[in-house]
Design a protein around this ligand. Structure first.
Ligand SMILES: NC(=O)c1ccc[n+]([C@@H]2O[C@H](COP(=O)([O-])OP(=O)(O)OC[C@H]3O[C@@H](n4cnc5c(N)ncnc54)[C@H](OP(=O)(O)O)[C@@H]3O)[C@@H](O)[C@H]2O)c1
Length: 273
């Protein structure tokens, strides 16, 4: 680790630029993936206190919608920044990958969050800070990798016609569709002004408790395939899985406690878990 930091410092000192070798990038990303796995294990015992699980035990809180808006806006801007100022973004078709991120986060920030019929719920400030940190690191790693490190020769016309890209595209769009459709179903369970929870029905809700999370995980796994299975994209796919699988389990337990007639459904993976 000391060797890594010294070499990194020397490289930046000599070039005057924030640069990483492929080896250094790998070390950063695998450390970040290991962190995600630790978070995954921790979240088997700790329920993330937002949405229906919000709690006053985590210190001062802020308005839920404002918190969501700020943390998603951050990611949107980081990716937009790297897309626009990145030195290699437009030297190949890598901008297409940026476009997927930016569209996803544009939707999440400016359409999804305002649409949510959330109550006057609050989110602990510490959770907002942790989410911003997690979102920022993932966006920086992916933005930096795509705009500064990825070789433009790897993202030409051949890549767009490759089986890996096309498979990833189908997986990504399928996940995005599932996430979009099921999030909308959840939002529309409440009429404007209502605050209670209802049992979601239809489509993938008949198979799993949290198909919106399943969709999000599929989406970013598809992105990883599209992006030539690079280590930065792997980070975000693993973080999404580590965040959302325990949350789906928490939701499932919560429904069973709060709805005596809650139908038998798997948690997040149809027929399996
Ligand atoms: N990439 C990542 O790591 C990551 C991390 C977190 C979230 N996300 C994505 O962000 C989106 C939102 O996440 P979330 O954790 O807030 O999802 P969620 O807990 O399923 O809630 C989604 C929205 O639907 C409402 N809702 C959910 N179940 C309901 C029910 N039974 N009756 C009435 N209303 C209901 C919630 O209201 P309340 O707020 O009042 O509960 C909230 O407004 C998802 O698409 C998720 O995939 C991604």
């Amino acid at each position: 680790m000391v060797k890594f930091i010294v070499e990194w410092d020397e490289t930046m000192w000599n070039t005057g630029k924030f640069v990483l070798t492929t080896e250094q990038m790998n070390i950063v990303c695998y450390a970040w993936i290991a962190t995600a796995l630790m978070v995954f294990v921790t979240m088997q015992y700790v329920t993330a206190p937002y949405g229906r699980h919000t709690s006053t035990k985590w210190g001062p809180s802020v308005n839920n919608k404002a918190a969501w808006f700020i943390k998603e806006l951050n990611t949107f801007f980081v990716m937009l920044y790297y897309m626009v100022v990145g030195s290699k973004t437009f030297k190949s078709y890598v901008w297409i990958l940026f476009a997927f991120w930016v569209i996803h986060y544009f939707y999440r920030t400016f359409i999804y969050v305002p649409m949510c019929r959330s109550t006057e719920k609050k989110m602990p400030f510490v959770i907002v800070l942790m989410s911003i940190f997690f979102n920022q690191v993932n966006a920086y790693i992916n933005g930096f990798y795509l705009s500064e490190m990825a070789d433009p020769a790897d993202f030409g016309k051949e890549w767009l016609q490759s089986k890996l890209f096309l498979t990833g595209l189908v997986v990504f769009l399928t996940g995005a569709f599932i996430n979009f459709k099921t999030d909308l179903t959840l939002i529309h369970l409440r009429k404007v002004g209502e605050t209670d929870y209802k049992i979601p029905r239809g489509f993938l809700f008949e198979l799993v408790v949290s198909p919106n999370f399943l969709g999000e995980i599929i989406e970013w796994f598809g992105f990883y395939l599209m992006a030539r299975r690079n280590v930065a994209a792997l980070c975000f796919a693993v973080w999404t899985f580590a965040n959302l699988t325990p949350r789906a389990k928490n939701h499932s337990d919560w429904y069973k406690i709060n709805f005596k007639n809650f139908p038998k459904r798997k948690i997040i993976i149809p027929f399996i878990y």
